[in-house]
Design a protein around this ligand. Structure first.
Ligand code: MSP
Length: 505
């Protein structure tokens, strides 16, 4: 059986409701997953929630709820948002699931038997918002005791702890990075990881005695598993590492872990070392995307400037949001969510270029061809040639996780088709009966290109793509491999309606 394409998002902390940042990682993973489905591949897309640890324990306490009850409520918000954003995941894992908890405990036992876990004492600094241990030498300002990653206050911790022998894997990790140049993506993130390892890896504290809300540490009931060690294991527990060997063998190694840049180290160094300890293959790629600010400022609950995805969805639709976040900045770079740019992109590229292509072409088909896809002899033509070129380049870009470049290519085709319409001017051809056959050929070429556009755009904008295909009269077509001849002839086109109503500025 052909291995599934296995794609993951991070597990989201459930201390607060989801915002645009969480939506971003998930949309990207969904677009990638949908693209492979469009290519006829079997995909497994895993997402879920990270529910243990001190941060959640404190948030639940503040809300006056038991952590699990608190988690149940926030999890619903995540699932509801994913539904609104048309996220098609295969499994939603929660770190409080029994299967996951058992897997974590089994894995720790195995690592202990292998000699990769030992008991000691952790004395140092801990950042609760990041749930991470950090070194005195990393601090930006020693006196203020602020976390070097998030800038918030850091705690001093001294407790008995079990350690994972992270340091043992330093050379193997460097070797792996060296021999697998596609593993660290985008490429500009590689040097920071390599330098971090070369600076000397310390063993990792993986159990807490001060935290109650966590998976019980299997070797000692007084300890709970460190929340990151617990959460990272989801990538294997979620695909049957313990209970469903067939699924596991058919998915692992993961093809792509989508993560934000701030958690890149956890995924490329700690998770990789854990996999090496388990004698499992490493994922093929870990992609660290950038961060969004809002109107030039860091989004934060206290500032009240967190972009609410529901508001954008209600006002402009889920597709417009999915499109904008991947169109606006190259995936990997930081971006600023600015309503002015959003409106401009929407009006120019969606309403004017793509929307108009559909409405003007379909109106002409309605008028000149009696609302039917004309029956023509398919000939070579420039639209067909351009479509093929764009399909090839679009595929290359999207497989390299260059979402905005893939969209650039696709818009090249949208603009090319609009230009073709201007050049051929069907409204002029229609004036002379001698041109009747050629007019139908021209309109067929346009419709066939619109089908290609509707299919290529579908990973990004699934609802709009369905509407486009329906307007073309196509009901059962979700496969891009067979190109031109697949546009059925002599079928009635659907009802014509505005795809992207223009936003008044
Ligand atoms: N629970 C950990 C991940 C464990 S994975 C085994 C965690 N959760 S998180 O909820 O804080 O963040 C998850 C994702 O949201 C990350 O990919 C992060 O980059 C993304 N974002 C959160 N805020 C963001 C922005 N403002 N901009 C872009 N993405 C950001 O970390």
């Amino acid at each position: 059986m052909e291995k599934k394409i296995y794609i993951t998002t991070p597990l989201y902390y459930i201390n607060a409701s989801p915002h645009i940042g969480h939506a971003y990682t998930t949309i990207a993973a969904d677009v990638y997953a949908r693209y492979f489905k469009l290519r006829g591949k079997d995909v497994f897309f895993l997402t879920g929630t990270d529910e243990h640890g001190q941060k959640i324990e404190e948030a639940a306490k503040e809300a006056g709820k038991a952590p699990k009850d608190f988690a149940d409520e926030v999890v619903e918000k995540y699932q509801d948002l994913w539904e609104h954003l048309k996220i098609e995941y295969n499994k939603f894992i929660r770190t409080t699931d029994d299967e996951h908890k058992k897997t974590v405990q089994k894995i720790i036992e195995n690592m202990y038997e292998k000699g990769d876990i030992y008991k000691g004492e952790y004395e140092g600094l801990y950042c609760i918002p990041c749930e991470s241990f950090c070194l005195e030498t990393d601090l930006l300002d020693k006196d203020s005791k602020l976390c070097p990653d998030c800038g918030r206050e850091i705690q001093v911790v001294k407790e008995e702890s079990y350690f994972f022998k992270l340091s043992k894997y330093a050379d193997k990790l460097l070797n792996h990075f060296n021999q697998n140049p596609d593993f660290l993506a985008p490429k500009f993130r590689a040097s920071e990881m390599i330098n971090f390892i070369k600076g000397g890896l310390k063993d990792l504290s993986i159990s807490r005695t001060a935290v109650d809300w966590g998976i019980k540490f299997p070797l000692n009931n007084e300890h709970s598993v460190y929340v990151w060690f617990d959460a990272l294991i989801n990538y294997v527990s979620g695909v049957g590492y313990l209970g469903d060997k067939a699924l596991f063998n058919n998915t692992w190694p993961c093809d792509l872990h989508f993560v934000g840049k701030e958690i890149y180290k956890f995924h490329t160094i700690i998770w990789s070392a854990m996999l090496l300890s388990l004698d499992l293959q490493l994922p093929k790629k870990v992609f660290g995307h950038g961060w969004w600010t809002f109107e030039g400022e860091k989004m934060s609950k206290s500032k009240g400037n967190v972009v609410d995805p529901y508001k954008v969805i209600d006002d402009y639709g889920a597709d417009a949001l999915r499109f904008f976040v991947l169109r606006e900045v190259p995936f990997g770079n930081d971006g600023d969510f600015c309503m002015h740019n959003f409106t401009e992109k929407y009006n120019n590229e969606l309403a004017n270029e793509l929307g108009n292509l559909f409405s003007r072409s379909l109106k002409m088909v309605s008028k000149y061809c009696n609302h039917k896809v004309p029956v023509v002899e398919i000939k070579e033509n420039i639209l067909k040639e351009k479509s093929q070129e764009v399909i090839n380049e679009f595929e290359r870009e999207i497989e390299a996780v260059h979402f905005s470049k893939a969209l650039n290519k696709l818009w090249e085709l949208v603009r090319f088709t609009n230009k073709y319409i201007e050049d051929e001017a069907p409204w002029k051809l229609a004036k002379d009966d001698l041109n009747a056959v050629y007019l139908e050929e021209v309109l067929f070429n346009i419709l066939a290109t619109m089908r290609v556009i509707a299919l290529l755009v579908s990973p990004f904008m699934p609802e709009s793509s369905d509407r486009m295909l329906r307007q073309l009269g196509i009901t059962e077509d979700k496969h891009i491999d067979i190109l031109w001849k697949e546009l059925p002839q002599n079928i009635s086109i659907g009802e014509i309606s505005v795809l992207f109503p223009k936003i008044d500025i």
